[in-house]
Design a protein around this ligand. Structure first.
Ligand SMILES: [Zn+2]
Length: 270
């Protein structure tokens, strides 16, 4: 059995990008440790219905989602959330603006402490481009090299699949503005560069419950939210959209990766 550390920018990213994979690894008996850089206090919903501080709410949601997925430990680094307002730079001291050597110290310590076999991060584009997500890539790679964690796995989506979904969404009035839709042309990862497609359909009940735990991010009225869209899907469509998760292994192929993610693509059709 191995130890998998999954590093994320904000509460809910762990479920959206890797929830099924983490549930799968935990169910197989691996130790799954969740590490989250920020408490997500700059999320789009500034206040919850009860008037509670958003960061505190999201931490509670994270704990519940992690328990649902079977994570053995949750570690929060408590770095300031950069937020995301296109055209406006994140405030000084925010996670994305910290020098990599500074921002990675807690993760290096965690990787050493856990003697991690593998670390999940994001692709270099930071998926859809959030500055904290791009920083997760830089910090994760650096921390793994210092801590000598042998496997680094980039959680991502196949760009071509995303663009197909975006084109459908763009036809629904008011769902997606054209500028946002165009930004996906360079988001995530080309299908040909993805090394692992994980079938997480047997773990969709846990993934859906974990998504529901992040209800502050589904109930916001600040425009379309991925979480709300996903939870609104009927079961067959949810299975289709959320039933697979994707990774890029740039470090040398390792048997422990096969244990965590299953076989490489190409070993079977996808
Ligand atoms: Zn995020």
């Amino acid at each position: 059995m191995g130890t998998l550390v999954s590093f994320h920018a904000h509460p809910d990213d762990e479920t959206l990008l890797t929830g099924g994979t983490l549930a799968r690894a935990a169910a197989l008996g691996h130790r799954v440790v969740l590490a989250v850089a920020t408490d997500g206090e700059a999320g789009l919903a500034s206040r919850t219905a009860g008037g509670t501080d958003l960061g505190r709410t999201r931490v509670a949601e994270l704990e519940q989602a992690a328990a649902t997925l079977g994570c053995a430990r949750v570690v929060r680094f408590g770095r300031p959330d950069s937020g995301w307002s296109p055209g406006r730079a994140p405030v000084e001291g925010a996670f994305s603006r910290l020098p990599v050597e500074v921002a990675s110290s807690a993760l290096i310590e965690l990787l050493r402490d856990e003697q991690a076999d593998a670390l999940t991060i994001y692709d270099p584009a930071g998926g859809y481009g959030h500055p904290d997500h791009r920083q997760v890539h830089r910090v994760g790679r650096y921390a793994a090299s210092v801590a000598r964690t042998p496997c680094v796995l980039e959680a991502t989506l196949p760009r071509q699949l995303l663009l197909r979904l975006v084109r459908v969404a763009a036809r629904i009035p008011g769902l997606l503005d054209p500028v946002r839709a165009a930004s996906f042309e360079t988001a995530y990862t080309d299908r040909d560069d993805i090394t692992h497609t994980v079938d997480v359909r047997p773990f969709l009940t846990a993934k859906r419950s974990a998504l529901r735990a992040h209800c502050s991010q589904a109930s916001s009225d600040a425009g379309p939210r991925t979480l709300r869209l996903l939870l609104g899907l009927p079961a067959p469509a949810f299975r289709l959209v959320a039933g697979r998760e994707w990774f890029v292994e740039r470090t040398p192929a390792s048997p422990i990766t096969t244990q965590f993610l299953g076989p490489r693509d190409g070993v079977r059709s996808s």
